[in-house]
Ligand binder design. Structure first.
Ligand SMILES: Cc1cc2nc3c(=O)[nH]c(=O)nc-3n(C[C@H](O)[C@H](O)[C@H](O)COP(=O)(O)OP(=O)(O)OC[C@H]3O[C@@H](n4cnc5c(N)ncnc54)[C@H](O)[C@@H]3O)c2cc1C
Length: 399
């Protein structure tokens, strides 16, 4: 069938005087899979026929052990009967073919070059823009129901890998309790990107500018990577990316679930990024903060920085400076300076390293500080406050 199609294609291209498109590997592979399946089907049918013949003759199987007499045929009583030993051969041979066909199909399914695709807003867009070629084989995972759920379970937020940014940005429970994550998802691309793009895709794409990673790092979130056969392992989001576009996941592993632990009482969180325009933008720099307050003192703080190193990084010195300090402007600005010192930004077309460092100070200070009571509440501090994600940005030039 494949051959006929390719021949027809060739004829059509000749007729139209156009070039012949190359046959990609997956087209050839599908033809191969069809042939293997067909062989499996034929030999399976032969095995069935042979088994039936054997069953019909089972009372006379013993005849096969009679001494050979030239000219008599295979049966002393009914010379027209076929020898059941021949049936045994057919059954054995077809078993081998069927087993090999299964192995071959498994091998095709386990194509090591295959990559999952969820929303395609990174994979396909990068290919269309000529930044990265589309993988030879892609496996659509966007309709796997088991990856699509989201719920609060025992106080933790449990998110399927397919959870969309649109849902994260608007779900009341996320905005109220894991506000930094809602902030980040609300900033992703445009309404269309947020509806199509997924949390799993954002994490597995491993961009140093991915917006949801930093909040998940400060919340101590853990992902489940599941391999064929059901083997699963847990990896902290902080340890998932190993460099731009690289993760610890091996070929064939799917990110199935993200578990975000409950935030401690008195904690608030935010994600703030610097951008040059309000939509369809990626972070010049960004910061997520989880800060636990007791009155006017900071009890504990976690900070994660976006787009200032090959992966999203924590800022331990800045975090230590916040713990136990008075919750005021001076404390937050000083944490911003320490975070900037921990960053390793690069010069690129979007900003110089020096500009990124200077802006990081501002972004960290804003992410860590609770908004004054006069401003519309955006974060949850001391367990209260209404989520709103419309202020998580600093436009270019802010200081
Ligand atoms: C116009 C535009 C604006 C954007 N703006 C932003 C932005 O502001 N901030 C931001 O962070 N990103 C942004 N992005 C990038 C993108 O939208 C997000 O990273 C999105 O979350 C990717 O999800 P996806 O499902 O589309 O990923 P896909 O493109 O389907 O996949 C991305 C990568 O993850 C892998 N993958 C996907 N799902 C899984 C899974 N379950 N298990 C294992 N591997 C998986 C794929 O193999 C691929 O390598 C933007 C993209 C566009 C096109």
């Amino acid at each position: 069938m494949q051959r006929v199609t390719i021949t027809l294609d060739d004829a059509l291209m000749d007729e139209l005087q156009l070039g012949r498109p190359p046959t990609p590997w997956h087209v050839a592979r599908d033809g191969f899979a069809e042939t293997v399946s067909f062989l499996g089907l034929v030999t399976g049918t032969l095995a069935k026929v042979a088994t039936d013949v054997m069953l019909l003759m089972q009372t006379e199987v013993g005849e096969a052990f009679e001494p050979f007499v030239p000219g008599r045929g295979s049966s002393s009583t009914m010379p027209q009967k076929r020898n059941p030993i021949a049936c045994e051969f057919i059954v054995a041979a077809t078993k081998i073919v069927r087993q090999q066909a299964g192995l071959m199909l498994d091998a095709l399914a386990a194509d090591p070059t295959a990559r999952p695709i969820a929303g395609g807003t990174d994979l396909v867009v990068a290919a269309r823009q000529g930044r990265k070629p589309l993988p030879e084989s892609i496996v659509a995972v966007d309709r796997i129901a088991e990856l699509a759920g989201h719920e609060v379970r025992d106080g933790s937020l449990v998110l399927g890998g397919l959870t969309s940014h649109a849902w994260l940005a608007t779900a009341a429970e996320v905005r109220d309790r894991w506000t930094g994550l809602a902030d980040a998802s609300a900033l992703v691309g445009s309404p269309a990107t947020r509806s199509t793009g997924t949390l799993g895709g954002n994490l597995m794409n491993a961009s140093p500018a991915a917006d949801t990673t930093a909040p998940l790092v400060v919340f101590g979130a853990v992902v489940t990577l599941r391999a064929a056969g059901g083997a699963a392992r847990s990896v902290a989001v902080a340890d998932l990316a190993t460099g731009p576009g690289r993760t610890v996941a091996v070929s064939g592993e799917l990110l199935t679930e993200v578990v975000v632990p409950a935030v401690p009482p008195g904690a608030g969180s935010a994600y703030v990024r610097l951008e040059y325009r309000r939509a369809m933008e990626i972070a010049v720099v960004g910061a997520a903060a989880l800060v636990v307050l007791d009155g006017d003192r900071v009890v504990d703080a976690r900070l994660a920085l976006t787009a200032v190193a090959p992966t999203i990084i924590r800022a331990p010195e800045a975090e230590a400076s916040l713990a136990g300090a008075s919750a005021d402007r001076t404390t937050y600005r000083s944490a911003g300076r320490l975070a900037a010192a921990a960053a390793r930004p690069i010069d690129d077309v979007r900003a110089s390293a020096a500009y990124r460092s200077a802006m990081l100070e501002v972004v960290v200070a804003r992410a860590a500080s609770p908004l004054p009571p006069s401003e519309p509440a955006r974060r949850t501090w001391a367990g209260g406050g209404e989520g709103s994600t419309d202020q998580g940005t600093v436009e270019g030039g802010a200081s």
